[in-house]
Design a binder for this molecule. Structure first.
Ligand SMILES: Nc1ncnc2c1ncn2[C@@H]1O[C@H](COP(=O)(O)OP(=O)(O)O)[C@@H](O)[C@H]1O
Ligand SMILES: [Mg+2]
Length: 295
């Protein structure tokens, strides 16, 4: 019991949690809890011990990291390369790959590092106007007026600025919005990087190659492939698990970074639920069977 009381005290201190909160969570009175903690409780001590133990166990599971630290994987490296080329040479580039590879994470890392790069995270059915408004917000412009005026302001601001515009999920852009990005690039000389799923290439070309004017302006094109074994080793190592498990993770993650992240984080939780000291191959495989495939 002493050990449990000490654990509870540490938990409360580290997480800034009051005894009122704990008492509420385990459905006993605050007085009973403080008496139990000072070992002066005359009631059913076993009941409180049991509840405190379950409470701490639940909180531990809850606080298990559900995100991985960001590491250098091939998706990140390729996007960084194409972005740097578009940025420094003022050209148009396209990076395409399936969902969950790490495209958005890579784009965000790039703009974090190079603050003159602008990231637009496009949404379904982005029109030319909505795109212009996003650019206005990113550039601190007025956000006022018709499309023509919005465009004029953007062009004036970006003219010979040497900046880079990255549009994520660019497959969402309607034709007019795509054409407008090209016009902004033409008029200002800024670099433009379009990131999205494979369908983006078809959107750029048009079903009958009717939009060759835009497609032919693309200078750099990169198809992003699945995660490589080396990427999996890097991610597994960074998550604190043994790299001996990398092969199993590689086999179960289907080359997808998001799936690998879920697999790692949930395997850790499953190991804890089963009071296992470490994640092992069987836990990874069992967890993999439980995960839904999401694109
Ligand atoms: N470089 C990375 N390091 C660690 N985790 C990553 C990395 N890239 C992506 N992830 C994880 O994979 C998931 C999918 O990444 P995301 O960038 O949203 O994929 P996409 O944009 O290609 O659909 C995210 O939850 C993210 O935490
Ligand atoms: Mg994305």
């Amino acid at each position: 019991m002493d050990k449990l009381i000490a654990e509870l005290r540490t938990f409360m201190k580290e997480n800034d949690v009051t005894s009122t909160y704990v008492a509420n969570e385990i459905d006993i009175s605050k007085t009973a809890l403080s008496q139990w903690m000072s070992k002066t409780y005359n009631g059913d001590n076993e009941k409180i011990t049991d509840r405190v133990s379950n409470f701490l166990r639940r909180e531990k599971l809850r606080s298990t990291a559900l995100k991985l630290p960001i590491v250098d994987i091939s998706t990140m490296m390729y996007i960084k390369e194409v972005a740097a080329l578009c940025h420094t040479r003022g050209r148009i580039g396209v990076c395409v790959g399936s969902a969950g590879l790490g495209k958005t994470v890579a784009a965000k890392e790039y703009v974090k590092k190079y603050i003159d790069a602008i990231l637009i995270e496009s949404d379904y059915s982005y029109t030319a106007r909505s795109l212009l408004l996003e650019l206005h917000k990113a550039l601190g412009l007025s956000c006022k007026g018709c499309v023509y005026n919005l465009m004029e302001e953007v062009v004036e601001k970006l003219q010979n600025s040497g900046r880079l515009i990255i549009i994520d999920e660019a497959e969402n852009l309607r034709r007019e919005a795509l054409e407008m990005t090209r016009r902004i690039h033409d008029k200002t000389g800024v670099g433009l990087l379009l990131i999205g799923r494979e369908v983006l290439l078809q959107n750029l070309r048009g079903r009958q190659n009717q939009y060759d004017q835009l497609y032919s302006r693309v200078m750099y094109k990169k198809h992003l492939g699945n995660l490589a074994m080396n990427d999996v080793i890097t991610i597994v190592a960074k998550s604190g698990l043994s790299t001996d498990l990398a092969k199993t993770f590689y086999g179960c993650c289907k080359g997808n970074t998001r799936r690998l992240e879920h697999l790692i984080c949930n395997s850790i939780v499953v190991a804890q639920i089963n009071d296992r000291e470490e994640v092992d191959e069987s836990i990874v495989k069992e967890t993999s069977k439980m995960l839904m495939d999401k694109e």
